[in-house]
Design a protein around this ligand. Sequence first.
Ligand SMILES: N[C@@H](CCC(=O)N[C@@H](CS)C(=O)NCC(=O)O)C(=O)O
Length: 264
Amino acid sequence: MAFRPMSFACGWPLQSTKSALCMVQNRGLEIRREGATPTEGGMTLYLKAAADGTLVGDCPFAHFVRLVLEEKGLQYELKPCTEDTKPAWLTEYYEGKLPALRHRKECYVESDVIADYLDFFFPDPSLKGGKKEMDEAEDAISGFFPSVAKYLKHIPDGDDEDQEMKCSLESVLLRLEEHLQLENRTGPYLVGNGEKLTLLDCSLSPKLYHLRTGIEAFKDNAIDLAQKFPAVNEYLDSMLKRESFQKTVYDKDVIIWGWSNTRK
Ligand SMILES: N[C@@H](CCC(=O)N[C@@H](CS)C(=O)NCC(=O)O)C(=O)O
């Protein structure tokens, strides 16, 4: 099968992470014959399937990409996949990574790379803030999902190790709470004064949705988000109300199924 690295359109890969450089290739796909700037249409998002193998599964990274696609009003097709139904080219050339966005004759993996790609080439509306503000917000959420995953996966619930994991998650949540309570903020979103929705909101909110669902399902609400982290709780509520979230949300049972598979 023919494949070769795509030619980069000005700017984007240079602004992205180093790893993007090796991800952004049309390995295993036909060689693109259009110009260097991608055009709308022809997008397919391959993502983890739910228990039945056909519905959308519980992946917060895929949800992140869907929020970006929805916020930008881009058309896309969804292809939930299992290990058995992943396309051969995805397994062979992209390590079978999900989510994967195929856009015509190219494919992109890693949710943050896909999101950067979409924001760069489809800038209306832009989902980036100023560098300083984006960096500050990123600092406020760094380490968040690994702490969530560690805690939700851990069994038995409530033992000493569980308590330690809960404490370290709470310290990450406190950092986020403090960020959301900064005095200069006037809007509900994460970056700067909170007035503009950015990629960081699209990334964080699906993970917070997992946290809220998981602590209720597995940890007997050991962390009372509303009481202990009210700004975080309110932030999630406002994200859940967005049209993009309503259109892409999956049932809590799907999340519970996903984490249950890791708690063995
Ligand atoms: N670093 C990756 C993480 C993606 C990831 O962990 N995906 C998991 C579910 S949350 C998945 O799709 N697993 C199913 C599979 O790989 O077949 C990203 O940001 O895209």
